[in-house]
Ligand binder design. Sequence first.
Ligand code: FES
Length: 337
Amino acid sequence: MTHHIALTFEDGVTRFIDASPDETVADAAYRQGINIPLDCRDGACGTCKCFAEAGRYDLGQDYIDDALSAEEAEQGYVLTCQMRAASDCVVRVPASSALCKTQQASFDAAISAVRQLSDSTISLSIKGESLGRLAFLPGQYVNLRVPGSEQSRAYSFSSLQKDGEVSFLIRNVPGGLMSSFLTGLAKAGDSMSMVGPLGSFYLRDIRRPLLLLAGGTGLAPFTAMLEKVAEQGSEHPLHLIYGVTNDFDLVELDRLEAFAARIPTFSFSACVANPESGYPHKGYVTQHIEPRHLNGGDVDIYLCGPPPMVEAVSRFIREQGVQPANFYYEKFAASAA
Ligand code: FES
């Protein structure tokens, strides 16, 4: 039996390797062409020290405290020359992908569906044989090449990969390069290529309640995360607050309802900032964060939205005098032409 290990590098690149329970993660990476920095290979120097973001593993007893202290091991640091995986793991490598002799992967696919969910939001699905080998952490993004141009745009996966197909939620930016293509020219079967996966915004092991905050198409990484949670379950509560500017920006509510039905610990609310809105919940996301969602700080917060939202939420949490256990965020800005 092998385990899948996601190696995330300093430059945002992620590569997946397979590791059997009896080989070290460093050996498994090397076997698959990735050179995690090593020196002694013996648990003595600490050169191979990384951070395990998720998963179960065994570090053995054969390393010395100078290489990895008990406190570091407790925090999640690992020596990859000693680490043997006991489940799928996510390991953050404190080096660039280039230094480790690896790079981003590229994939060719074809459009399988383009759906205009509203005036402001488009759902794009692409499919291809090469995508059957694509692995990513829910929450991550890729750079999608805009057909007919040399330019790429970054989009978070809004689904997991299933049968070689993945989906994205794309803001319809008037005059935007990708938006113009998708609303004007795109048709099923058109070729699309992408590079990735990328990014450090991804779902970690769920060890405490989660508060998920989405702004506009910043909902995309959360629907991918919720697909994963629906598969594996969660004993901890997850609450999503989804904020948009106008009523027509509210999309995928039926999908969120379906997640709430499938995941007993999941709940969500949505709000619309425009005071003219007819939606029952108005205002900004921060107006809908309740003390119970912050759980006295014993909470992991994930936020994906435009920069002003990230700043407003950071300020709001500071003002509450709460220090969340973890606060992960992804800022995005729509690209114009
Ligand atoms: Fe020296 Fe792992 S390479 S401790």
